[in-house]
Design a protein around this ligand. Structure first.
Ligand SMILES: [Zn+2]
Length: 177
């Protein structure tokens, strides 16, 4: 994928070095956060996903549109489950923690959504979504990848970890407040 590197990727490297000292220090931090939050969100026996940082250029589509700040890939065949963070979310620890919590809710769903039957959609869901996403078409698009049980689990995780509910749903820097 090296042909996809661009100027932004060099800027990513510089910012990672400035913020974390080294890429290894960043990865150590990410693994610590995933190792701490995975049992809390997905249960003590859940497999802990691999976490990696990919260059900004890989978070965009062919027309340069912005795709993702983080992604979750479920385990498939010999591949372990994976949380991928793009540089736009690794520059402050609070955003890292919130983004990882969000992706671990996807992990929880992919492992069978244990305990989902007792979850309820919070009554303020619509208000929080419109506050965090703004336009109805953005909410509809987001909803196509995030089920009611995802949202209900995010509310529990929010209470459990003391992270704002709206930010777990949409942790992107620059999201509507
Ligand atoms: Zn998501």
């Amino acid at each position: 994928m090296s042909e996809e590197r661009d100027e932004d990727d060099c800027a990513d490297e510089e910012l990672i070095l400035a913020r974390w000292g080294s890429e290894d220090a960043l990865l150590d931090h990410l693994m610590r956060v995933v190792g701490e939050l995975c049992p809390a969100i997905c249960g003590e026996t859940a497999e802990v996903p691999v976490v990696e940082v990919r260059p900004s250029s890989l978070s965009r589509g062919h027309f340069g549109e912005h795709h993702a700040a983080a992604e979750y890939e479920p385990a498939a065949r010999e591949w372990p489950s994976r949380i991928i963070l793009f540089p736009s979310v690794v520059f402050d620890k609070a955003t890292v923690r919130t983004a990882i919590a969000h992706e671990l809710v996807h992990h929880w769903e992919s492992l069978g959504a244990h305990g989902a039957e007792s979850l309820r959609l919070p009554s303020d869901t619509e208000a929080v979504l419109s506050q965090r996403f703004g336009q109805p078409d953005r909410i509809r698009r987001w909803r196509s990848g995030h089920s009611d049980r995802f949202i209900a689990k995010a509310a529990i995780v929010s209470a459990q970890l003391g992270l704002p509910f709206g930010q777990i749903l949409n942790y992107r820097p620059g999201a509507a407040r």
